[in-house]
Design a protein around this ligand. Structure first.
Ligand code: 5GP
Length: 210
C-alpha cells in the first residue's frame, strides 16, 4: 500500500460489541491490522493466547512496562492491559491501518503520543441493551458486570474527547460506518501532503512545456 497507515483507537462500554465489530472489519478489509494487547486478566472460556490477548502474570507485565515494550497501559477493573509497541510500529510502517481496541486512559495516552490518531467511541443505543448483552454473554459474574457498568459511567464522562461516536445497533451498518470514517480520514488534506507535492511538481513540469 502506498498510503500512510492510520492509528485507530476504538473504545466503548463493555458489552457494546467492539470485539465483534473488529472481527468483522478485519474479515472484510485487508487494510486493517488489529493490535493484540497484553493483559493480566485470566482468559475467558474460548480465548486463546496470542489471539484475543497475550496473557501475562503481574510480574511479567510489570517487566514489559519497565522495558518500554508498551506504548500505553492502564488498569481496568483490577487488571493491567497494555499495547505492545513493536507490532503497531511495524504495521503502520507497512501502510496498514492499525486498530487498538482499548479503554479511555489508554486512548488519552495514544492521543498525546500520536496526535494524528483517530479516536472512535462505540456505544449501544441505550444502557438496557448494554446490560442485556453483558448478561447474555455470561462470561462475567454479577459483581464484575456491576463493576464494568460503574466503569462505563466513569468512561461516559470522557466521550467528548473522541473524534467520532458510532452507535452499534446493526452490526453490518456499524462496520460500514466505521470503515467509511477511516476511508474519509485517508482523504483529509493533512494526510495528502505527498500526493499534493507530486501533483504540483508534475504541473510545474507540464507548464514549462517539458
Ligand atoms: P476485556 O476484559 O473485556 O477484554 O477488556 C476490558 C477493557 O480493557 C476494554 O475496555 C478493552 O477495550 C480494554 N483494553 C483491552 N486491551 C487494552 C490495552 O492494551 N490498553 C488499554 N488501555 N485498554 C485495553
Amino acid at each position: 500500500m502506498d498510503r500512510q497507515g492510520i492509528l485507530i483507537v476504538v473504545s466503548g462500554f463493555s458489552g457494546a460489541g467492539k470485539g465483534t465489530i473488529m472481527k468483522e472489519l478485519l474479515r472484510r478489509y485487508e487494510q486493517y491490522a488489529l493490535s493484540i494487547s497484553a493483559t493480566t486478566r485470566a482468559p475467558r472460556e474460548g480465548e486463546k493466547e496470542g489471539r484475543e490477548y497475550f496473557f501475562k502474570s503481574r510480574e511479567a507485565f510489570e517487566q514489559m512496562i519497565a522495558d518500554g515494550e508498551l506504548i500505553e497501559y492502564a488498569c481496568y477493573v483490577g487488571n493491567y492491559y497494555g499495547t505492545p509497541r513493536a507490532y503497531v510500529e511495524e504495521k503502520l510502517s507497512e501502510g496498514r491501518d492499525v486498530i487498538l481496541e482499548i479503554e479511555i486512559q489508554g486512548a488519552r495516552r495514544i492521543r498525546e503520543q500520536f496526535p494524528d490518531a483517530v479516536l472512535l467511541f462505540v456505544t449501544t443505543k441505550d444502557i438496557d441493551t448494554l446490560r442485556e448483552r453483558l448478561d447474555r454473554r455470561g462470561t462475567e459474574t454479577k459483581e464484575v458486570i456491576l463493576q464494568r457498568l460503574m466503569r462505563a459511567e466513569q468512561e461516559s464522562e470522557g466521550m467528548e474527547e473522541y473524534d467520532y461516536l458510532v452507535v452499534n445497533e446493526d452490526l453490518d451498518e456499524c462496520v460500514m460506518k466505521i470503515h467509511g470514517i477511516i476511508e474519509s480520514e485517508h482523504q483529509r488534506i493533512v494526510r495528502s501532503g505527498e500526493l499534493i507535492d507530486r501533483v504540483r511538481k508534475e504541473l510545474k513540469r507540464f507548464s514549462k512545456g517539458e
